[in-house]
Ligand binder design. Structure first.
Ligand code: NDP
Ligand code: MG
Ligand code: MG
Length: 340
């Protein structure tokens, strides 16, 4: 079984007298910076001169400096700019890292694939909330927590893990629970999950299902509802109570049909492809492809994105969601009241 760390396991004296530089004020950055500051930790946000995030950080009452100035003041540098720009930001700030300082990440990609090579005399840790940044912030404000992962890549001081736990406490993660992992495990499972199951796998399953119905002469609207819209209802049941809650809630006919047919769809070929995709993650082949793609200004990325945007299901969906706008309005009202 895994160890889960909670509030009582954190020693806040490990962070309370320190200065944290939060580089970037996007999804994770704004949440970490504000939660740390509200927890009484000294925070300086590092943003480039012409940053579009500067106004937001300043109007949230935070001190803003350039990444280099922020790193110079800080004991802990939390690297929360996009993964693809982290190596160049690190090159700018690495001269400001003093022995015993900490480089902190929310995802292991650049450390694990050697795109950032930190000096040996700093701690290198990760606190990765398992949620988008706006929820990390909202949960904290509501007195709730966001589950997170903790990893130590390099422990120069002997207190890297304790300090990371204190950071997790200050952003609210230990309220919910923090699980220890490694940079390798976090990075490889995260990439595999988003490629094979969450983002890639599910999008392809939906498109293939939709096309199968439309090609067989059924209406686009029915195909959209069956293959995309209902996905949320099914996933919500799984989220609440596992596969059992889903099987228990659908009709016996759906359960029998699903149990007899599901493995024919995602069969041993799909499994073999999953293993191949995992191997590309493990070998670094995927990482290299993505790094090279970025260096070339993302030709394949832009082409694939356009292709996806032009898929018929997107046009059908936009039209149908417009007709059923009442459902979306309800959700927005709910979101707003939660924000207050
Ligand atoms: P964002 O894309 O939201 O970060 C945008 C911020 O970075 C903006 O403030 C932007 O400011 C700044 N920025 C962009 N380019 C540069 C640059 N070249 N120099 C300085 N600042 C720059 O990042 P995320 O929050 O999504 O991701 C941050 C880290 O958190 C990543 O490691 C990611 O994997 C991890 N993570 C993200 C999660 C999420 O929910 N998004 C979940 C868990 C982990 P500007 O106006 O200057 O462009
Ligand atoms: Mg993920
Ligand atoms: Mg990810």
């Amino acid at each position: 079984t895994i160890d889960v760390y909670y509030d009582d396991d954190a020693d806040r004296s490990q962070i309370d007298d320190k200065t944290v530089a939060v580089l970037g004020y996007g999804s994770q950055g704004h949440a970490h910076a504000q939660n740390l500051a509200d927890s009484g930790v000294d925070v300086v946000v590092g943003l480039r001169e012409d940053s579009s995030s500067r106004d937001a950080a300043e109007s949230d009452g935070l001190r803003v400096a350039t990444p280099v100035e922020a790193a110079a003041q800080a004991d802990i540098v939390s690297v929360l700019v996009p993964d693809t720009v982290q190596p160049s930001v690190f090159e700018d700030i690495k001269g400001e890292l003093e022995p015993g300082n900490t480089l902190q990440f929310a995802h292991g990609f650049n450390i694990h694939y050697n795109q950032i090579q930190p000096p040996e005399d700093v701690d290198v840790t990760m606190i990765a909330p398992k949620s988008p940044g706006h929820l990390v912030r909202r949960n904290y404000e509501n007195g709730e927590g966001t589950p997170g992962l903790l990893a130590v890549y390099q422990d120069a001081t002997g207190t890297a893990k304790q300090e990371a736990l204190a950071y997790a406490h200050a952003i609210g993660c230990t309220r919910a629970g923090v699980v220890e992992t490694t940079f390798r495990e976090e990075t490889e499972t995260d990439l595999f999950g988003e490629q094979a199951v969450l983002c890639g796998g599910i999008a392809s399953l939906i498109k293939q299902g939709y096309e199968t119905l439309v090609d067989a002469g059924y209406s686009k609207e029915m195909a959209y509802f069956e293959c995309l819209n209902e996905m949320k209802l099914i996933v919500d049941l799984m989220y609440e109570g596992g596969l059992g809650a889903m099987w228990g809630s659908v009709s016996d006919t759906a359960e029998f049909g699903g149990l007899t047919r599901g493995d024919r769809i995602i069969d041993e070929h799909a499994r073999a492809n999953m293993e191949a995709v995992l191997e590309e993650v493990q070998s670094g082949e995927f990482a290299q492809e993505w790094i090279t793609e970025n260096q070339a200004n993302r030709p394949k990325y832009w082409q694939l994105r356009a292709q996806e945007e032009n898929h018929e299901i997107e046009e059908v969906g936009a039209r149908l969601r417009g007709l059923f706008a009442w459902a979306e309005e309800d959700e927005e009202t709910e979101d707003e009241s939660e924000d207050e």
